[in-house]
Design a protein around this ligand. Structure first.
Ligand code: ADP
Ligand code: ASP
Ligand code: MG
Length: 407
């Protein structure tokens, strides 16, 4: 008998019929002899609906209260899934993140897990029950309810799988696995049978939202086998594995897109040692995560520093820059929300020259201007105008030979 963690995303529990289908699948897995711990997201787009409701009620949304509000979404799903399981003769019990022993820091809306104490989940399993855990939530060391950041149910699932020593963590979603590009953007994207942890982390960090980045990091650190698959067809999907070179030995395995970032530019900054340090210290102290950073060559002793941040952090980032602008002697701070990022990811890139040239040529042939560039050993990202991202992804997917052959 094995132990399987099965996580169901928003679409997978989107309505009563979907919830019944999930319960059928869990019951089937139980009958196959495995123990199951279920992790659920909020139904459909209900987290977005709750956020909109908060916006309508007040422009001031204390993060503690926002977390209390958002965690309600997952509570609804977990209770309904338990009812559907009961209707199928599977004895189940629901648990909030707090009840499941998910202890986090107190950084509301993006809390990090500090410790897992899943005693009640283990007791439920030992008693022959199927625990159903609310994803995306925990309890802080100061005993407040927290959330783990958007897409955080993936983290809940992986953290439980690690803490309980599960044989596999299955992430059920609305596509049949991890694809060579977002299948909603690139019609000819292919499903990948295997993806390495390194590649999956780069994909998750650059827009491939099928798995939340932190869940992939967590899975790798704790050696949790991850299997991304469909809750509509139930067919085998994509395994995330510790393996190199990757599946199909392609130079580039996937193309990702991301339009959730904005660019901030601090213009006319004196080019002295310590200026960037002061600016980025200010941003760090306000808990703002940066992504790409570019500093132009200086002219007449002045330079521009640009960086990208999540659009949700753009106001805070701007305020932080304004706070140190005079001290730095900078001329102005501007924000550009019309940017997008397109990236190519592939472990095979390390040993293949010419990848960068082909990426730039492909974008240039489409008349797409590159505004910023960043690289890692297995990724190249370019910032372009947001309205050209889709064209860029489709063109790069073809240029790197990833298009599925029409059948
Ligand atoms: P869930 O609610 O199940 O967590 P998400 O919406 O978070 O689902 O993630 C699944 C979505 O991720 C898919 O519907 C798909 O549009 C998107 N996606 C983006 N990039 C990829 C990719 N490379 N492979 C598969 N899906 C991707
Ligand atoms: N419901 C949360 C969200 O929409 C968490 C999740 O689905 O993973 O971000
Ligand atoms: Mg998700």
């Amino acid at each position: 008998m094995g132990l399987v963690v099965q996580k169901f995303g928003g679409t997978s529990v989107g309505d009563a019929e979907r919830i019944r289908a999930v319960a059928d699948h869990v019951a089937r897995t139980r009958r196959g002899g495995d123990q199951v711990v279920v992790v659920v997201s909020a139904m459909g787009k209900s987290t977005d609906d709750l956020l909109r409701l908060a916006d309508d009620v007040s422009p001031v949304r204390p993060p503690r209260e926002l977390d209390m509000l958002l965690t309600a979404g997952e509570r609804i799903s977990m209770a309904l899934v338990c009812m559907a399981l009961a209707g199928r003769g599977v004895e189940a019990a629901s648990f909030t993140g707090s009840q499941a022993g998910i202890i986090t820091d107190a950084d509301h809306t993006r809390a990090k897990i500090l410790e897992m104490r899943p005693t009640r989940i283990q007791e439920a399993l030992d008693a022959g029950l199927t625990p159903v855990v609310a994803g995306f939530q925990g309890v802080s060391t100061t005993r407040d309810i927290t959330t783990l950041g958007r897409g955080g149910s993936d983290v809940t699932a992986v953290a439980l799988a690690a803490a309980l020593g599960a044989d596999v963590c299955e992430i059920y979603t609305d596509v049949t696995g991890v694809f060579s590009a977002d299948p909603r953007v690139v019609a000819r994207a292919k499903r990948l049978n295997k993806v390495s942890f390194d590649e999956m982390m780069e994909m998750a960090a650059t827009g491939g939202r099928v798995l939340m980045l932190r869940s992939v990091e967590f899975a790798r650190r704790h050696g949790v086998p991850l299997h991304v698959r469909s809750s509509f067809t139930w067919e085998p999907g994509t395994w995330i594995v510790e393996e190199e070179p990757t599946m199909e030995d392609a130079v580039v395995s996937a193309v990702t897109d991301d339009t959730s970032e904005a660019k901030i530019t601090v213009g006319g900054v004196p080019d002295h040692p310590g200026v960037a340090a002061r600016l980025f210290r200010e941003l760090a102290e306000r808990g703002i995560n940066l992504d790409m950073i570019v500093q132009n060559t200086s002219e007449n002793g002045l330079t521009d520093i640009s960086f990208t941040v999540a659009t949700t952090d753009v106001d805070d980032a701007r305020t932080a820059c304004e706070a140190v602008r005079e001290e730095l002697g900078a001329a102005k701070v501007t924000a550009d929300t019309g940017i997008g990022r397109v990236s190519i990811v592939g472990a095979g890139m390390k040993s293949n020259p010419g990848v960068t040239a082909l990426m730039f040529e492909t974008l240039s042939n489409k008349g797409i201007n590159i505004e910023m560039i960043s690289t890692s050993s297995i990724r190249i990202s370019c910032v372009v105008r947001a309205d050209r991202v889709e064209d860029a992804v489709i063109a790069l997917h073809t240029a790197f030979g990833l298009d599925a052959v029409a059948s």
